[in-house]
Design a protein around this ligand. Structure first.
Ligand SMILES: Cc1cc2nc3c(=O)[nH]c(=O)nc-3n(C[C@H](O)[C@H](O)[C@H](O)COP(=O)(O)OP(=O)(O)OC[C@H]3O[C@@H](n4cnc5c(N)ncnc54)[C@H](O)[C@@H]3O)c2cc1C
Length: 401
């Protein structure tokens, strides 16, 4: 990189964190902005509880950033690798530890973190974004940028630009997650059996134990809501309030009364956000489709490896899991590049993909990789350099295709 590039990452979820670190490693001056007051996005605000998409069968995907992340987390907790309900290896994590890990890595990489802030305007010139206005504490700060990476999980930058998004009438159903203390049982399996019987009797939405979360009388539970996904922010807020009320005033009192295992349970954490699995995404130079998730699809601009099955949560609270036909698939760089703005990149659940393809590519292990790739791509000085960066990203994962 000749002159230091100013790179803005919008959203400090798992993909934003990876993008910011990768952009800083490329020599960029990086700012990350998030409306929330701590990093981690859905991993820490929703506490989805496990990191999927890190493995191909039982083997960790060979990718430098994933390896580093996996090893660092297992140094914290040697028991973190567990098997989930469907039989896949995943990494269980503690949301506070993960928040600290992200914060520490952003600081080490000298990323400027603007939390409790959001973008309020964008200036463009031709096919380039030149300046972004950031609103923090009631003030607007102008930031000149060479590249922007949209990691908001809901096409926030694209919406400001007024360009095309990929929408669906069929977004996945959301879930709400909370932690209980004072729970007594022999195993997670036993707890799951108790919960399954309880929800069937009460006609409540399905309740799942987050794998690896039952420790010292605490357990994290995922309530799979029987409603359709939406992009409507007011509806989202109303559902969050109603669900928190339901958990506190109906679900827990009944659970305490009707089961011995939860007889002394209390709520230790009500997570601050509802978990919306999918929503609108920016349209990129390419769109990842279900057909491309077949192992036979090849492209020399693959920058990430997807290995998680297509996992779709339906309005009836049930999940449909469709195994990949190959062992893995590649995500082309074009899905991380905005359709019309040349210095706008996307990562995480915000990549350009159809609703079926994102049901696989949205998992955290894949978000880490697309974040890393978008960060490296945003660090490229010019079009030729970008081609070189993409080639290098491809070389690190080429052996999978
Ligand atoms: C209920 C549920 C269960 C899941 N279970 C699993 C699981 O078990 N394993 C797994 O691997 N994955 C799971 N996932 C998927 C995975 O957690 C997410 O897809 C992934 O965390 C998305 O990361 P991201 O960085 O792309 O986006 P996000 O985590 O959504 O981060 C986006 C960030 O952008 C910020 N932001 C949004 N709007 C603005 C704005 N206007 N200005 C500034 N900042 C903004 C947000 O505050 C947030 O921090 C689950 C998801 C859900 C919803």
């Amino acid at each position: 990189m000749n002159k230091k590039r100013h790179i803005l990452v919008v959203g400090s979820g798992v993909s934003g964190y990876a993008a910011a670190v990768a952009a800083a490693e490329s020599g960029g001056v990086v700012t990350i902005v998030d409306k929330a007051c701590y990093p981690g996005g859905q991993c820490t605000h929703v506490n989805v509880g496990t990191i999927c998409g890190l493995f191909i069968k039982d083997e960790l995907i060979e990718h430098p950033f994933l390896t580093d992340f996996y090893k660092s987390y297992c140094d914290f907790d040697e028991q973190a690798r567990v098997i989930n309900h469907a039989g896949y290896p995943v990494l269980s994590y503690d949301w506070k530890r993960l928040t600290d890990y992200f914060s520490q890595k952003l600081t080490e990489n000298k990323v400027e973190v603007l939390s409790s802030a959001q973008i309020s305007g964008i200036q463009t010139s031709g096919s380039l974004i030149t300046e972004v206005l950031i609103e923090k504490n009631g003030e607007e700060l102008p930031l000149a940028v060479d590249a922007v990476i949209d990691c908001t999980g809901k096409a926030v930058v694209t919406e400001f630009l007024g360009t095309e998004t990929i929408c669906s009438d069929n977004y996945q159903a959301p879930a709400y997650i909370f932690e209980l203390s004072g729970v007594s049982a022999n195993s997670e399996f036993q707890l799951q059996m108790i919960l399954s019987r309880f929800v069937a009797k009460m006609d409540f939405p399905p309740l799942y134990v987050v794998p690896g979360s039952f420790k010292t009388g605490k357990v994290v539970l995922k309530l799979a809501l029987k409603v359709a996904g939406t992009d409507d922010e007011d509806q989202k807020e109303q559902l969050l309030v109603a669900t928190q009320k339901f958990v506190q005033e109906k679900l827990l009192p009944e659970l305490k009364e009707q089961t011995e295992a939860f007889g002394k349970a209390t709520i230790s954490v009500l997570f601050p956000e509802m978990g919306w699995r999918t929503g609108k995404r920016p349209k990129g130079k390419k769109i990842l489709t279900e057909n491309q998730l077949k192992g036979s699809f090849k492209s020399s601009d693959f920058v990430a490896v997807g290995a998680w099955p297509m996992e779709e949560w339906k309005e009836d609270g049930q999940v449909e899991i469709k195994t990949l036909t190959g062992v893995c698939y590649g995500i082309p760089a074009g899905c991380l590049r905005h359709n019309t703005f040349d210095n706008l990149f996307m990562a995480g659940k915000n990549i350009s993909a159809d609703e079926r393809a994102i049901s696989s590519a949205r998992v955290t292990g894949t978000c880490l990789q697309t974040g890393f790739a978008a960060g490296k791509m945003a660090g490229a000085d010019n079009a030729m350099d970008l081609e070189r960066v993409i080639e290098k990203l491809y070389q690190t994962i080429e052996h999978y295709f």
